[in-house]
Design a protein. Structure first.
Length: 110
């Protein structure tokens, strides 16, 4: 189903209202969804699906995947996380993965 302009606008407004001090607020998200369900505007299910997609994309922006050829030393891992948080913000989540296909070094995807 094609998403029309009204659905996109409402979902984006909900996303903008979901932030507190630059970070997503679970309480606000829950109250926005609950109020939308109670009001039941036209195409509210489509709005919820698009809002869910926008939230997923926003959360993925705040996730770093750190791949290395071998297990990183704890000091190196802490240093990498500190540098990434300094650059991308304190709400960044990290995931460390050992990838034997890498010859040497570290690959970081944010």
């Amino acid at each position: 189903m094609k998403i029309n302009k009204e659905i996109r606008q409402l979902a984006r407004e909900m996303l903008r209202a979901s932030f507190t001090d630059g970070q997503l607020d679970r309480g606000k998200i829950a109250s926005l969804v609950q109020s939308l369900i109670t009001k039941r505007p036209r195409h509210f299910m489509d709005v919820l699906q698009y809002f869910k997609r926008l939230l997923r994309l926003q959360i993925e922006k705040r996730h770093a995947r750190i791949e290395s050829a071998t297990q990183l030393a704890p000091e190196a891992a802490v240093d990498i996380v500190a540098r990434l948080k300094r650059k991308y913000g304190e709400d960044l989540t990290t995931e460390f993965v050992v990838d034997p296909t890498l010859l040497v070094g570290v690959r970081v995807r944010v």
